[in-house]
Write a protein that binds this ligand. Structure first.
Ligand code: KG4
Ligand code: ZN
Length: 334
């Protein structure tokens, strides 16, 4: 089964073809990063207009790269939420037009659930075994931070989530505070590279809970950034101390949950999963095997949407042409 995945939830226009949920045939991503960088963040109206311009060429490129004709496709999977309404609408409506014209099923996909499926995509034709259940998923993106036990395909049990800023959002805000630019995650990681933090910033442990909180940490960086001039603290020190605090909390809680839940493995997902310090510390401290998608499948892409769509289609999950976008969709799949 070949599934065309379409992803337009934020500022990446993406299309991909994946066979049987694991074999990557193509993966095309048109990033809008340069367009939004001058504003220091994603401007929703600008994003949706750009999606409209890019979506058809991106889909055509994905089919070309996969060597696929329309008739070779089994279904179209599209992200219906969470995300920016105007952006989601572009991908969902194009998906509806394709399935209507070609008589194919439409599979509605949650952006958060699809991030998890980045871990199913085979790499370089390698036949790696699929993740084994039950597993623990840490989803860390620009909008969400969720720790979830996955018992099987489609069966999730949420353990914790962020009570304020998402991990990626904290990276983005701190990058802005420190004048490191947009997107913040990679900028903070570059600034922190090779630095053992000499400062220790506060961690919100929220004892007895698997929830997270990053807004206090951001405030601590803000305070230090103001004092920075007087103390002669380099920006790199602050970036390293901030990254260390985020990674410490994420890894400690994930490892604790993996032990308590006796999971077979841990999988990492979402844009922040591209962070080298997080990947290394989780690998070093985990009591069970850790699966780390290559960075290109951590940040937004459509291959994960196609992979997720395949497993949903196997369970008979499809949508009608009245499927709406759900900007505020939580982790719970549609
Ligand atoms: O999953 P994603 O591409 O989009 C959302 O669903 O939000 O995640 C984007 C987030 C941004 O906040 C970005 O700063 C962060 O992921 N990010 C990183 C890194 N690369 C992207 N955070 C830390 N280190 C990175 N290397
Ligand atoms: Zn995402």
């Amino acid at each position: 089964m070949r599934i065309l995945g379409i992803e337009t939830s934020c500022d990446e226009t993406a299309a991909a073809v994946v066979e049987d949920g694991r074999r990557l045939l193509s993966n095309v991503i048109a990033s809008q990063v340069d367009l939004h960088a001058r504003y220091g963040g994603v401007v929703p109206e600008v994003a949706s207009r750009k999606h409209l311009e890019s979506i058809l060429p991106v889909i055509e490129a994905a089919l070309d790269e996969a060597g696929c004709a329309w008739d070779d496709l089994t279904a179209v999977a599209a992200t219906v939420g969470p995300g920016l309404s105007g952006s989601l609408l572009v991908g969902v409506n194009v998906a509806k037009a394709i399935v209507f014209a070609r008589g194919m099923p439409l599979v509605p996909v949650s952006h958060l659930e699809s991030h998890i499926y980045a871990n199913w995509i085979g790499q370089d034709g390698e036949e790696t075994p699929p993740p084994g259940f039950p597993l623990l998923a840490l989803i860390v993106s620009g909008g969400h931070t969720d720790l979830v036990v996955m018992e099987d395909h489609g069966r999730y049990r949420g353990l914790g989530h962020t009570r304020d800023d998402a991990a990626g959002e904290a990276f983005d805000k701190v990058a802005r505070l420190l004048g490191l630019g947009f997107p913040g995650g990679p900028a903070v990681e570059r600034a922190a590279a090779g630095k053992a933090p000499s400062l220790r910033l506060p961690r919100a442990w929220l004892p007895g809970s698997y929830d997270f909180s990053f807004s206090g940490l951001k405030t601590a960086v803000l305070r230090l950034a103001h004092e920075r001039e007087e103390q002669g603290l380099p920006v790199e020190e602050l970036a390293a101390a901030f990254q260390d605090a985020v990674v410490d909390v994420l890894v400690t809680k994930t490892v604790r949950a993996a032990r308590a839940e006796r999971v077979k493995e841990i999988i990492l997902a979402g844009g922040v999963a591209a962070n080298g310090a997080l990947r290394q510390r989780l690998l070093a401290q985990s009591p069970v095997p850790v699966r780390l998608p290559p960075p290109v499948f951590c940040t937004d892409n459509a291959a994960m949407v196609a992979a997720c769509g395949y497993f949903r289609l196997l369970r008979g999950v499809t949508a009608g042409l009245d499927q709406d976008v759900i900007a505020g969709l939580g982790f719970t799949p549609v």
